[in-house]
Ligand binder design. Structure first.
Ligand code: SAM
Length: 481
């Protein structure tokens, strides 16, 4: 697989790193339970010397049966793929879905009133497994168009949709015309030579978005798990797992850089047809090239995140050409686990990375554990009650807010629990950053400290980066969905 960054800590640590709303973040799949419930899965489960149930990840039949039972057990989905087709791992694919859910909920790019409640996505290269439409429709009720170019993908994606009548109306599988003589790709792609300086070999395959999206259609987002590789040799990299994958699924001319560059070029033409354009990226080097290309092409927002996939990493890339909102509107539903504020009027030398460093150093002073991820642009913080208390008490001015804070403290259990939260920084437009806080462990007995510490952080960052005057709307820690 691409993006081979080795990780330490084993399976449990990997599951802790997955999206907090991912079904498996607190409950990794229990192979023992699944084998007792699903006799077809039983032959693939064995027990290691320490008594833990395992499967052989190099056995395609085992990974396919695991995916089948997870989709059935946890999502009520009927699913199958023929031998050799790319087999998705459900927890990993769910992370991408939840990241898009965050983007749509963040109000960075507001939904238009015409959008209604049901979100509509376009899955580029849905594959025989059709995994993203199946998950998006069943978990979040999203509508999807899933495109693909191969007969086997179209046939099996349709079968997988039809096997699930409860969501079938939400999903359309669309065949991309691969030999349509009337389709002049070079005419449509006349921006190519000026925009893809970083690409050595250009994409020369069938259309991706332009020519596939129909006139008058609009979508909240597109997503894509692209053919990452230029050759099958490059694709057969991970001897430790067998997730299948045919050349049609894994390979294209120019690899992922060319494929995603084509999506970017299409997005320049389709602009506001999509609220968010997104893609997975397998290599960090390519991520950096694509991000700078997007800024050059006038994207109004570019966002990245890191997905940990087993022992490797992949990245999510999202962009838009719609104007970002200048202020974050308060959600009608107050959710204490998501807070945000804007840092506006930043000087040129102050980047999102500087803000993250300030968060890290400010909170680390009290002894809190801070992990800065410079690719995903976030800091994960784990702090004890005493550490939060020290940060707030020693540095807080004596305001009326203190009273409520001390009240909050006094009603808390004295326990050894810790507060775990994430601070993420999103570039809005030059000079404007959105700082978002997410409570990672809502069950903690000291989760009530999240709000005061986040407010404190806002005060500190606004002072440090001298942005107070720019906040004419008086916006401060807002609850966001
Ligand atoms: C890596 S697979 C992803 C399959 C599935 N989405 C997943 O995540 O497992 C890439 C898919 O893109 C399809 N594909 C390649 N070129 C395409 C194009 N121009 N338009 C639509 N799909 C394409 C391939 O046939 C393949 O099914």
């Amino acid at each position: 697989m691409a993006g081979k960054r080795k990780r330490k800590g084993g399976a449990a640590a990997e599951y802790r790193r997955i999206h907090p709303r991912n079904k498996y973040s607190d409950n990794p799949p229990d192979f023992g339970l699944l084998s007792s419930l699903y006799p077809t899965f039983q032959p693939y489960v064995f027990y290691s010397h320490d008594g833990r149930p395992k499967i052989d990840w190099t056995d395609f039949n085992a990974t396919r049966e695991l995916t089948r039972v997870l989709l059935q057990h946890d999502h009520g989905l009927n699913w199958w793929i023929p031998d050799g087709q790319l087999c998705p791992t459900v927890p990993n694919r769910s992370n991408y879905i939840h990241w898009i859910e965050d983007l749509l909920a963040s109000d960075i790019i507001p939904a238009s009133n015409a959008d209604g409640d049901v979100k509509k996505g376009f899955d580029v290269g849905t594959g025989a497994n059709c995994i993203y439409p199946l998950l998006g429709a069943s978990v979040l009720g999203w509508k999807f168009v899933g495109s693909d170019i191969t007969d086997v993908a179209i046939e099996w994606a349709n079968r997988n949709v039809e096997s699930n009548p409860h969501i079938a109306d939400l999903i359309e599988i669309r065949r991309v015309a691969t030999e349509d003589k009337t389709f002049h790709i070079e005419e449509l792609q006349n921006t190519r030579e000026t925009t893809n300086e970083g690409v050595k070999k250009g994409y020369s395959g069938p259309p991706i978005l332009l020519g596939v999206v129909k006139d008058g259609e609009s979508f909240d987002f597109c997503m894509c798990n692209p053919p990452f590789f230029e050759t099958m040799d490059e694709a057969g990299l991970n001897p430790k797992t067998s997730c299948g994958g045919t050349p049609d699924e894994m390979v294209c001319s120019g690899g992922e850089l060319a494929f995603i560059t084509r999506i970017i070029e299409d997005s320049v033409k389709l602009k506001h047809t999509f609220r968010w354009y997104t893609s997975m990226v397998g290599r960090k080097l390519n991520l950096n090239i694509l991000v700078s290309e997007l800024w050059n092409l006038g994207a109004t927002v570019v966002k990245t995140t890191e997905f940990v996939q087993g022992r490797t990493s992949r990245w999510g890339l999202a962009w838009s050409f719609l104007p970002p909102s200048r202020k974050i509107t308060t959600s009608s539903v107050v959710q204490e686990n998501n807070l945000s504020f804007m840092l506006q009027g930043l000087q040129r030398q102050h980047s999102a990375f500087h803000v993250l460093q300030s968060v890290e150093s400010y909170l680390a002073t009290s002894g809190a554990c801070c992990k800065l991820d410079s690719v995903a642009f976030n800091v994960d913080i784990t702090a004890s009650k005493d550490q939060i208390d020290a940060t707030l008490k020693t540095q807080r001015e004596n305001t009326t807010e203190d009273a409520s804070y001390h009240h909050e403290l006094s009603t808390l259990n004295s326990s050894t629990d810790s507060l775990r939260f994430r601070i993420s920084v999103f570039q809005q437009i030059p000079g404007t950053l959105l700082v978002k806080g997410t409570l990672l462990d809502k069950a903690s007995s000291i989760s009530g400290l999240f709000h005061p510490i986040f407010q404190k952080l806002e005060e500190v960052l606004k002072n440090k980066f001298h942005t107070g005057r720019a906040l004419a709307d008086g916006s401060s820690s807002k609850h966001v969905r």
